[in-house]
Design a protein around this ligand. Structure first.
Ligand code: SF4
Length: 279
């Protein structure tokens, strides 16, 4: 049995950076809170909590003046203002998300309608919407894009973790009803490389495993992208979930992992396959 691990698997640049910032803050200040879960991975959140980095779901759960970390997804400027008034804030927003926030604010200031390709309920998108003063429209499919009314001037950005091919189709939908369209490539290079290497592996194996939190949006997109190439693709969160799949009958198993999947889980999955697989 052969295991092929995609080159770009697991923590991305922005998540590694946010985790480093959180541990440095803990070292310096003793008690720190993250404003929302630092990453969408239950096992890693349990580890952070164990190490004394607490999760606050809202501002009321944080003692006045405490040290609070803004996670890599970023937040709206309105929320950030309030957070800074009440606490000592350390900003771990990913630079790629910052770039999207700046583009959104600039395009809306210039009078364009801003279309955002993404998931309205995702924290990154909620934060970006705060920069659009109500002029941002969030859509999630090319069909929705092509059904918009005709406009003379629009700008479009994408959630940083979307698949590039999906974004191209989405932009195609907007071209049907927009006279002058400004397209910004806001998918981060980490996502592009991760999807590219995962798709490459998915085309070479009999079974593809995508490891990551079940509520992690970027892992779900990675799963969808792999599944389009290899129908025999499974999204698992822990090594124990391997027991739900008849994986031992396959000769070549491909593995990739979402941007919020820690190395220790990827390693545990690989070890289980090596230890329990046939020769
Ligand atoms: S997926 Fe990309 S944008 Fe999101 S945190 Fe990671 S590097 Fe930053």
């Amino acid at each position: 049995m052969e295991i092929l691990l995609a080159q770009e698997s697991g923590f991305c640049f922005g998540v590694r950076r946010a985790v480093k910032i959180a541990y440095e803050a803990k070292e310096k200040w003793g008690e720190v809170y993250t404003y929302g879960e630092l990453i969408h991975n239950r096992q890693f959140i349990a580890k952070l909590t164990e190490d004394g980095i607490k999760v606050a779901e809202d501002m009321n759960g944080i003692p006045p003046g405490a040290v609070v970390i803004i996670r890599s997804h970023g937040i709206s400027p309105q929320e950030e203002r309030e957070l800074r008034e009440r606490f000592k804030v350390i900003d771990a927003t990913c630079p790629y998300v910052k770039k999207s926030q700046k583009i959104a604010a600039k395009e809306v200031r210039s009078g364009k309608e801003l279309v955002i390709f993404g998931d309205r309920s995702h924290p990154e998108i909620r934060g970006i919407l705060g920069y659009t003063q109500g002029a941002g429209v969030v859509l999630s499919s090319p069909e929705e894009a092509s059904s918009l009314p005709t406009s003379s001037r629009r700008a479009v950005i994408s959630q940083t973790t979307n698949d590039l091919e999906d974004y191209k189709k989405f932009v195609g939908g907007l071209l049907e009803n927009t006279e002058r369209l400004t397209v910004h490539q806001t998918i981060c290079s980490s996502t592009i490389q991760k999807h590219r290497s995962a798709k490459e592996i998915a085309g070479k194996v009999d079974l593809m495993l995508v490891i990551g939190g079940k509520h992690s949006s970027n892992t779900r997109k990675l799963y969808k992208a792999c599944r389009a190439i290899q129908p025999n693709t499974y999204h698992i969160e822990t090594p124990q979930e391997l027991d739900l799949i008849d994986w031992r009958k396959y000769e070549r198993i491909g593995i990739t992992a979402g941007a919020s999947t820690p190395d220790f889980i990827i390693k545990a999955v690989m070890e289980k396959i090596k230890e329990e697989g046939h020769d």
